[in-house]
Design a protein around this ligand. Structure first.
Ligand code: ATP
Length: 193
């Protein structure tokens, strides 16, 4: 019998993908022995106040550039192909259907772990997948019925600050890969009009 693969599902806006995301992917892969990490960019509401997000295509392209050197990474546009909001429980269900014989892990930073009870159908998600949470500062508190793997190691990168720096024309913190930085500059993303 073939052993089940371990697949990490990493959802987020990735607007843009930065070294904090890559850091979490590498830590999770090593700590839990993942065979694959699937980055799942979600849809962003164009009505979100104060944001000028990159397009879905732009975010996917930046993800591909940032992860090109890692053969264990897949950029999966599943949620971008769906109409309507991307509920994580629907994504988890679709991934269970796609990989019925594998072990699935939902990866996230500690902030998302804290927010999880407010997601739609969190218990249902917990029945479908295990969780890998990066402790950023405080150690994530386990919850009954949730299979939790904690990985440790912080990274200071912030997508909000990256977008702000580009829009202000100030110096970019070294938080994105050179290929992504070049691509953002060439394509005029995040600049103020
Ligand atoms: P924004 O500033 O736009 O909110 P973000 O990077 O926090 O950006 P997402 O792209 O949605 O937002 O993040 C995807 C996932 O990556 C989330 O689970 C988040 O907790 C995690 N994450 C974000 N920043 C870091 C970081 N510096 N180190 C590790 N994980 C991070």
């Amino acid at each position: 019998m073939i052993a089940p693969r371990k697949i990490g599902l990493f959802g987020g806006t990735f607007d843009p993908v930065h070294l904090g995301h890559i850091h979490l992917a590498k830590l999770a892969k090593e700590a839990v022995g993942l065979d694959e990490v699937r980055f799942l960019p979600c849809q962003i509401s164009p009505h979100k106040p104060g944001s000028s997000p990159a397009s879905c295509e732009d975010r996917c392209e930046m993800l591909r550039l940032a992860t090109a050197e890692f053969p264990w990474v897949v950029v999966d546009d599943f949620e971008l192909r769906e109409s309507g909001p991307s509920y994580s429980y629907l994504t988890a269900e679709a991934m269970v259907k796609k990989f019925p014989n594998d072990r699935l892990f939902w990866m996230m930073g500690g902030d998302q772990w804290d927010a999880l009870p407010g997601w739609k159908r969190p218990e249902h998600i917990a029945a479908l997948v295990e969780f890998i949470v990066l402790a950023r500062g405080e150690t994530p508190v386990p919850r009954a019925g949730y299979r939790l793997h904690i990985v440790k190691g912080e990274h200071p990168a912030s997508a909000t600050e990256i977008r702000r720096a580009i829009s202000n024309g100030s110096v970019l913190p070294g938080w994105i890969t050179p290929a992504v930085a070049r691509w953002i500059a060439e394509n005029n993303i995040y600049r103020s009009p």
